[in-house]
Unconditional design. Structure first.
Length: 83
């Protein structure tokens, strides 16, 4: 998950990602401050935050409700399994 210190939505998104990771041993999360790691921000074309990249299979921008976040995780799992 890419964040910036000035983003008002990033803390909520980071907390949601952390909570999901605590609930499932299959989920790991990293919160990356985009300006501190510009090479990663460039690699993942970060133009807005919070930006979540899931196993290079699914990505989205914005602080979503936890249920929507989980739906994206499931979508990534399906893409990885079928790909």
């Amino acid at each position: 998950m890419f964040v910036t210190p000035t983003c008002p939505y990033c803390p909520r998104a980071a907390i949601a990602g952390g909570r999901i990771a605590l609930e499932s041993p299959k989920v790991k999360t990293s919160v990356i401050e985009a300006s501190e790691f510009p090479h990663l921000a460039q690699k993942y074309a970060v133009m807005g935050v919070p930006k979540v990249v899931i196993s290079d299979a699914v990505e989205f921008v914005g602080a979503l409700p936890e249920i929507a976040f989980v739906q994206h995780l499931l979508s990534a799992q399906e893409r990885i399994s079928s790909g």
